[in-house]
Design a binder for this molecule. Structure first.
Ligand code: SF4
Length: 152
């Protein structure tokens, strides 16, 4: 499983400092995709367990959450990394363009963002969006956290 980049981000998971990994090989090809460099499976570098653990340890005092931008198409590998994140006391989030992911992936997630990118509907901060930001345990949709950010 290759990742295109790794960043520390503040807005994608409200209230959390997230270690964000963008995974290569997105099969969805949404029109107007903001990250077409993620389409090719061979782009980026391999995200080995060793490299991942190194980052988790390095950022332990700074970050609170691990966020994957895609990667559900590598189910077993993704689950392994999510388990490692949980074991190291991080919360976890997946941004997927799908409407749902497997129960095994859900088991390892704190939050899930679903829905493909549709330019005319906008992202999570748009009231018309098709996308949902979900608290996995309660199944509550928390898009209001993003629309609030917009109006502040
Ligand atoms: S899910 Fe995201 S990365 Fe994949 S094609 Fe759609 S916008 Fe691009």
């Amino acid at each position: 499983m290759n990742y295109h980049n790794f960043q520390v981000v503040l807005q994608e998971v409200p209230g959390e400092v997230s270690l964000c990994f963008s995974i290569s090989g997105c099969p969805l090809r949404c029109e107007g995709c903001h990250s077409p460099f993620l389409w090719k499976i061979e782009n980026g570098n391999s995200l080995s367990e060793e490299r991942f653990i190194q980052i988790l340890i390095q950022y332990k005092r700074l970050a609170t959450c691990v966020l994957f931008m895609g990667g559900e198409w590598y189910e077993n590998e993704l689950i392994k990394l999510l388990k490692l994140a949980n074991k190291n006391a991080y919360k976890t989030c997946l941004y997927t363009g799908e409407e749902q992911v497997s129960a095994d992936i859900l088991d390892e997630l704190t939050w899930l963002k679903t829905g493909a990118w549709k330019q005319h509907l906008g992202g999570l901060n748009s009231p018309e969006t098709n996308q949902k930001f979900i608290d996995v345990k309660t199944n509550q949709i928390l898009n209001n956290l993003f629309t609030k950010t917009k109006t502040l």
